[in-house]
Design a protein around this ligand. Sequence first.
Ligand code: FAD
Ligand code: FES
Ligand code: FES
Length: 491
Amino acid sequence: MKEQNLQTEIHLNQITFFLNGKQITEDVPAGISTLDWLHAKKQMFGTKCSCNEGDCGACTVVIAYPFEGIITYRAINSCLYPAAKLHGKHLITIEGLGTPENLHPIQQTLLKYHSLQCGYCTPGFVMSLFALLAMNSHPDQETILAALEGNLCRCGTYNSILKAAQELSAKFSPSEIVPEWCRNTEQDLYSFNETDTMFFTKTDIPQQVNCYLFPKTMKQLFDFYAEHPDANFIAGGTDIMVQKNIDRKVFPVLIDITNLPELNRLYLRQDGLHIGSAVTYQQLYESGIVKTDYPVLHKLLAQIASQQIRNLGTLGGNIANASPVGDTLPLLLVLDASLWLQSDLEIRQIPLNDFFVSYRKTALNKGEIIKEIIIPPVKSNSYIKFTKTSKSKSVDISSVITAVKIEYNEDIIINAALALGGVSALPMLSQKFTELLTGKKLSTINIDSVISEVEKEFEPLTDIRGTALYRKKLIQNHILLYFQELQKEEK
Ligand SMILES: Cc1cc2nc3c(=O)[nH]c(=O)nc-3n(C[C@H](O)[C@H](O)[C@H](O)COP(=O)(O)OP(=O)(O)OC[C@H]3O[C@@H](n4cnc5c(N)ncnc54)[C@H](O)[C@@H]3O)c2cc1C
Ligand code: FES
Ligand code: FES
């Protein structure tokens, strides 16, 4: 696109998208969440608000957009989804699915199984089931449970919802689930993305977010940053939007990096798997390469947050956020991941282990972004595993998360790595573990002395996710678990 055209479009405050089958063009204040926009600007209150931070699923809506040659239907938390991102997509809300006189099959089936009491959570469950069944005609129980783990019901109607979901899975085809008005928009969604080139929203009245920018090229990204050095980057927004909604943090300018083709690539090279920093957890989870070549990563992805969050959140955001309990970090550390960082001046590669500097501080320079995450090929003679301990099995941040990698040459350990999250200010690799195991046979290793040496390397904190003592115990148990499995494998 020519710079001249950009200038004419740059002052537009409007986005164009489909809302329940109808194309609309609307003014959207920068940074407003889709939930707030539905309530405040459209007076559509069918989508509920409870937590406003991605935990309860009451605000679940579905977005449809082209991805890898098909129209994908994804359930998302509308409280965490900036409305600006809706441009060129189809937003489907509970109001679109059925009317009291003519309920959608999902609503009919939930009613048949008495799956609602107060009903506050119901729109969210309906929308999660809609996204699931639109993409997968006959999901099994495990898949149904995974799709619903981000929806809470304080009246406890889970069993009847599950029964209804099982019947929907057994009896209905996607053509009965996805209404005609949805299908009618699909062709337009393709041409939308092809013809549209640029989108920008701006408000002049100071508020939490004054300006939301969507660069389409890397050059534009760095030009925008040069113009707005106080800007923050936003990818899935599952961390940023929580800070905005709950901590009331002000982000004068947000630069959304999710439309940049360079950051959306996923490809295998000789040096390993390259993951663009805007690739979502769900896209990674569905990737055939990840399933076959990095099964341990595939398994980890399923344990992160909820389906709605996985549809938005990115590996790049998890790394840049640098939380000591970021779930992907220990595994990426033992897998020797590295990062490509890019600024307007240079591209540099840095081992992930050098990226974390101090509590939530990283080696990113001002205006620099994570472009790609590179995971070297996994050797066939290796044991790689992670263990996540959190208070709840789903949608919960870890108290402690560890990962281990042990590579053998015949029965000699030639490389050993243990990474720990949740026990210090940074996710960290244990040097002692590597020293004590490398060059040894498994049968000669004194496990107690490995545990006590590793323990000397960290001093965990006591916080809401566990006491220091509890965390130490967890680390002991994780290490014991790994050795028990290794010993079993050797027999
Ligand atoms: C309900 C809920 C449950 C969650 N559960 C988990 C969980 O189980 N495990 C877990 O680890 N996390 C969890 N999280 C946290 C969050 O989902 C992850 O950290 C996620 O990976 C963040 O990615 P994002 O793209 O949404 O980041 P964003 O919110 O877009 O950004 C996060 C930070 O990273 C920066 N950033 C993003 N991308 C880049 C880039 N390419 N280059 C430079 N800086 C960048 C942003 O400026 C920001 O500072 C949860 C969050 C919620 C709301
Ligand atoms: S309101 Fe709870 S997840 Fe959005
Ligand atoms: S029916 Fe009341 S919260 Fe679910």
